[in-house]
Each structure stands twice: as structure tokens, then as C-alpha cells.
Design a protein around this ligand. Structure first.
Ligand code: BTN
Length: 323
């Protein structure tokens, strides 16, 4: 039988004392080794009470997206079956990409507490201080590159569902911004690698502004961005939110792999607040205006001009025209 880890036993018995002897037996190591491990956990931020008479008791876990915490009772089949954690990293997307090139399995997750070179869409940076969820997933669906937008869509819907679960009226703004009351709370950056006819892997990078306070945001960003903390009015449990998000992505990823891509598109459309609005669209080729009538399965925005003609746009920046 596989021996348990000290952390696992303490977590299973959270709030209770577990004797050193029992821990040593459950983990198959000496009591001295248990003491050493307890000290390592303390250094990692776990609060563990030690009593010579009663043993050890877990008092609190650190507010960090540690693999042991995210994986605890995680109800996923694929997503997050391996979790790589960094206190600080340039960009989780970059790390995920190099893991993917090295053969990382489908569902590998990379998380960081801080990103020093977080990347956003359109070559922009992504503000990534402490308190967010900065997550990148390596996914290996068997699809053509043209179908990759559906993976971004399922990621966006998952973020929306996770944020709604904590009471936020989250919506999708085309192409894939997650907004709450008109301000951006999360973004998704997907990078695809493979041949023209088949994807080798995708890296889906998700950034969620969770416990980021007003004073932490650069002033100009506050005009367009928000955080769960600001919208809910109190600190949000980042670990539960991240775990929930992984589970939501996993169930949609499974549906997608089982051929239920239509459900994904339907759900995405119903969460998208851009459809049905008059919008201005800034593209690399200039600016256009029109009625956003739909988003097709490639993720392109369909704009209807005054004369009724329709055009699809693959990328750009929309602003809603207030009437
Ligand atoms: C956007 O511009 O809306 C996309 C932002 C994506 C940010 C996330 S944070 C985790 C991952 N690592 C990165 O460098 N970017 C993505």
C-alpha cells in the first residue's frame, strides 16, 4: 500500500492532533523524519501546532496556490493532474510552452504567485502581482488549428462560471475578455503549436485578478480593470476559486473531446455581452462600426453594417457604442 504524506494525514484530520507515532506509521518513516517534514511544511507557510503529549495539528494552510492544496480533493480527470508551482516566474505561458515542448502531458498546469513578465493579448503586458490566479494549461486535444478557438471559448466560459459561483455577474467581452460591470477582471491568452492540419499542443494562459486591491493597481489600469476583491468587497479564497476553475475547465474539455463542441459554443454565446450591441472595432487594418450579430465557431465576430452587409473579424478591440 502506498504510504501517506504528512500533509495528507494532517489535512484529513484537520483541527485534530495526530501523534508523531501515528504519523510515522502512516507515512512509513521515523518520528525524526516526521519532525523534519513538519518543519519543512512550516517553512512553506503551513501553521502546525506541535505538542509533546498530543502530537501535531494543522492550524492553517498558506494562501498560496501550492500543488498539494490545488490537488486536494480536486475533481478533475485530466486538467491539473500535474501542477507546477512558482513563487515568481516571468510568464506561466512561457513555462508551460517549454514543458509542452519537453512532452508534458495533457492537462499539465503551471501556476505562479507573481509574474514578472506576464503577457497579454496583442503583444501587451499583463499586470500580475501577488493575489491573482496566473495559470497556464498544456492541452493536447486532437484537433485542427482552426478548432483551437473553441478551447479558448471553453476556458472563458469556465472562468465566467467560476466567478459567478462567487456571486459576480461575469460576462465575456469579445474576443475573450472576462468583465464584471464593464471592467476587465480576467483575460485569456492561448498559444497554439503544431502542423497546419493538426495541433500538437495548446497553452491556455488564464489570468484572474482575485485579491488585488485598489492601491495595488497602476492608476491607468483602474479605469478599465477590476478584481474579485474590489467587486465582492472582501478577500476571496483563491485556492478554492482556482480549484473550481480547474474543475470547470476539465468538465468542458471532456465534453469537447467527446464531440460536444456545440454546447461549448452555445454556452459561450449566452455569456457574451458583445452580441446584440452596436460596437466600434479597432483592427490592425483600421476601425469599423456595426451591429455585433454573432460570433462564429472560429471565434470571429460578425458585424453587420448599416447596409445590412456582414463581415467576420478574427481579431481586434471592441468598444460598445452607447445609444
Ligand atoms: C489578455 O490580454 O486578456 C490575456 C491575458 C492573459 C494573462 C495570463 S496570466 C497567466 C498566463 N501567463 C501569461 O503571461 N499570460 C497569461
Amino acid at each position: 500500500m502506498e504510504k501517506s504524506s504528512v500533509l495528507r494525514v494532517l489535512k484529513e484530520r484537520e483541527g485534530e492532533f495526530v501523534s508523531g507515532e501515528e504519523l510515522a506509521r502512516a507515512c512509513g518513516v521515523s518520528r525524526a523524519a516526521i519532525w523534519k517534514r513538519v518543519n519543512q511544511l512550516r517553512l512553506a507557510g503551513y501553521e502546525i501546532e506541535a505538542s509533546t503529549r498530543l502530537g501535531y495539528r494543522l492550524l492553517s494552510v498558506p494562501d498560496l496556490l501550492l500543488p498539494d492544496e490545488l490537488a486536494w480533493n480536486l475533481g478533475t480527470a485530466v486538467v491539473g493532474r500535474r501542477i507546477v508551482h512558482f513563487d515568481e516566474v516571468g510568464s506561466t505561458n512561457e513555462e508551460a510552452k517549454s514543458l509542452a515542448v519537453g512532452g508534458a502531458e495533457d492537462g499539465t498546469a503551471v501556476v505562479a504567485e507573481v509574474q514578472t513578465g506576464g503577457r497579454g493579448r496583442l503583444g501587451r503586458g499583463w499586470f500580475s502581482p501577488k493575489g491573482g490566479i496566473w495559470l497556464s494549461l498544456v492541452l493536447r486535444p486532437r484537433i485542427a488549428p482552426a478548432d483551437a478557438p473553441k478551447i479558448m471559448m471553453l476556458a472563458a466560459s469556465s472562468v465566467v462560471v467560476a466567478l459567478r459561483a462567487i456571486g459576480l455577474p461575469a460576462e465575456i467581452k469579445w474576443p475573450n475578455d472576462i468583465v464584471v460591470r464593464g471592467k476587465k477582471i480576467a483575460g485569456i491568452l492561448t498559444e497554439v503549436a503544431g502542423q497546419p492540419e493538426v495541433v500538437d499542443h495548446l497553452v491556455v494562459g488564464i489570468g484572474v485578478n482575485v485579491n488585488i486591491r485598489r492601491e495595488d493597481f497602476p492608476r491607468d489600469l483602474l479605469l478599465s480593470a477590476t478584481s474579485a476583491f474590489l467587486e465582492v468587497g472582501k478577500t476571496v479564497d483563491r485556492i478554492s476559486l482556482a480549484r473550481y476553475l480547474l474543475e470547470e475547465i476539465d468538465s468542458r474539455y471532456r465534453a469537447f473531446n467527446e464531440g460536444r463542441a456545440d454546447d461549448i459554443l452555445r454556452e459561450w454565446r449566452s455569456a457574451c455581452s458583445t452580441i446584440g450591441k452596436r460596437v466600434g472595432l479597432k483592427t490592425g487594418f483600421g476601425a469599423v462600426r456595426g451591429l455585433a450579430v454573432d460570433v462564429d465557431e472560429r471565434g470571429s465576430l460578425i458585424l453587420e453594417a448599416e447596409d445590412g452587409s456582414r463581415r467576420a473579424f478574427a481579431a481586434g478591440e471592441v468598444t460598445i457604442i452607447k445609444e
